[in-house]
Design a protein around this ligand. Structure first.
Ligand SMILES: [Cu+2]
Length: 142
């Protein structure tokens, strides 16, 4: 009985040692995994593209508000067109923008300007006597 107890005790000591070694290894592994995760997340935060730039333009007989916007070359732009009265459109061929909005029904498109310059958009939905004068200027800068 005494012997059995002794053996049991020894086994538990050996078991404890083995457990201790394993947990040290596990701890080292966890530490390595945590370091790796941190490195990966830091790298990901640098690689993550910037959030798109949101630009809101309101069309109202007979102008766009604002009438001029400036964006950066290569920047992802979310362009939202709203109408404050009748249906209006916005077309800028060079930037492949073609939107139509009516009151309460906004339109949105995403574009990434690839060349610098000044681009002029016009209303594409006939909205009355001043329709032809409705223009929106987009400056694309570096
Ligand atoms: Cu119009």
């Amino acid at each position: 009985m005494f012997l059995q107890f002794k053996r049991l005790k020894r086994e538990s000591v050996v078991g404890h040692l083995a457990w201790g070694t394993q947990s040290k290894r596990t701890r080292a592994g966890l530490r390595m995994a945590a370091t790796l995760l941190l490195t990966v997340s830091i790298a990901a935060s640098f690689a993550r593209p910037a959030a798109p730039r949101h630009v809101e333009v309101t069309a109202k007989r007979f102008a766009f508000e604002p009438a001029e916007i400036t964006v950066k070359k290569g920047e992802v732009v979310e362009l939202e067109l709203k109408s404050a009265d009748v249906p209006h459109g916005l077309r800028i061929r060079e930037l492949k923008i073609d939107l139509r909005a009516s009151k309460g029904k906004d339109a949105e498109t995403t574009f990434t300007p690839q060349t610098t310059g000044t681009f002029i958009g016009h209303c594409s939905v006939f909205c009355g006597s001043g329709h032809g004068e409705m223009s929106l200027t987009i400056h694309v800068v570096t």
